[in-house]
Design a protein around this ligand. Structure first.
Ligand SMILES: Cc1cc2nc3c(=O)[nH]c(=O)nc-3n(C[C@H](O)[C@H](O)[C@H](O)COP(=O)(O)OP(=O)(O)OC[C@H]3O[C@@H](n4cnc5c(N)ncnc54)[C@H](O)[C@@H]3O)c2cc1C
Length: 283
């Protein structure tokens, strides 16, 4: 399929990209890795008149430690995240999660910023970003602001970014001794998640849960934090029975999706199962 005609811009600085986006407004779209947007354009589900390619803005692609946190440029690809020694040693949840995204071609082009801004309710990275309590930097004509991960995902394909803002950086913590895991249930390994669960866990020597954060994807209209499960486990011993009981609350208060891949009941069942498994995997 061929997309409708559009005018193409390739700014070389963030300032230039911000000006173009402000100038063309809602008729313009930012292009990062193109792994979602180009498919939507070819299917004619999106037909922006102006395409602003972020790919030539070199200073949006980095992974570095800064002030006790790790800063990741929005244009950093899944493959770069997967291979990063800094992330593997200090924030392994991101490489663990990136490994599960699509196949190698998608991971070589798709970007962390694009994945988060796109806010696919079955995208993998949003679950990890939530479990990490990440902070996201948005830059627009009014300047810059930071958005907490929990406030970022609003609903399907909708985030807290204003139409004239560009997501430029994601900051995640250095995980001193905390354990992590990402598990995903999908029809095939390269498919979107039916259910995806990201866990960050601080367990005491006697197996007590000192701190836990759980990000869920694939289950409802957006990725969310399983606060009920976290509350039920904090301060408790992570015995299988306690974990299972806590995991059983994961879809409470959530409208569970239903589609050709899983009925509502199956998806809720998988969510409970994968929460329990991901907690044990993190331990
Ligand atoms: C065959 C296939 C399989 C896939 N499998 C998976 C999978 O298993 N798991 C998964 O999570 N994803 C999967 N994806 C989607 C993939 O992860 C996309 O790369 C990702 O969703 C979008 O990132 P991108 O960099 O390609 O963004 P683009 O496609 O370029 O852009 C996506 C949207 O985000 C906006 N945007 C991009 N960057 C920014 C920015 N910095 N600031 C503000 N807005 C921005 C764009 O305007 C656009 O609306 C798959 C895609 C394909 C084609």
């Amino acid at each position: 399929m061929i997309p409708p005609k559009f005018e193409y811009f390739a700014p070389t600085s963030l300032q230039e990209a911000v000006s173009l986006l402000a100038g063309y407004g809602e008729e313009a779209k930012l292009l990062a890795g193109g792994q979602s947007l180009l498919a939507l354009m070819k299917l004619r589900l999106a037909s922006p008149k102006y395409l602003i390619d972020l790919g030539r803005i070199g200073d949006l692609n980095y992974i570095r430690e800064e002030g006790g946190r790790i800063a990741i440029g929005a244009l950093t690809t899944y493959s770069q995240i997967k291979r990063s020694h800094l992330l593997q040693s200090k924030c392994a949840l991101l490489p663990q999660t990136a490994t599960w995204v699509g196949d190698v071609q998608i991971r070589n082009r798709g970007t962390l910023g694009g994945s988060l801004a796109h806010a696919d309710p079955a995208g993998d990275m949003p679950a990890a970003i939530l479990a990490l309590d990440a902070e996201l930097k948005a830059v627009g004509p009014q300047g810059q602001r930071w958005i907490q991960a929990e406030e970022f995902f609003l609903t399907t394909f909708t985030t807290a970014l204003a139409p004239d803002e560009i997501l430029t950086e994601i900051r995640v913590p250095v995980l001193n001794g905390q354990k992590t895991a990402y598990l995903k249930s999908a029809p095939r390994p390269s498919d979107f998640a039916v259910v995806g669960v990201a866990v960050r866990l601080q367990a005491g020597q006697n197996g007590t849960c000192e701190e836990i954060a759980i990000g869920i994807t694939g289950v409802t209209d957006r990725a969310y934090r399983a606060k009920g499960v976290e509350k039920a486990l904090k301060g408790k011993k992570l015995e299988p029975q306690a974990v299972q009981e806590a995991a059983s609350t994961v879809t409470q208060g959530v409208e569970v999706n239903e589609n050709i891949h899983a009925s509502r009941n199956l998806r809720a069942h998988l969510a409970r199962l994968f929460v329990a498994r991901a907690i044990q995997a993190a331990r």
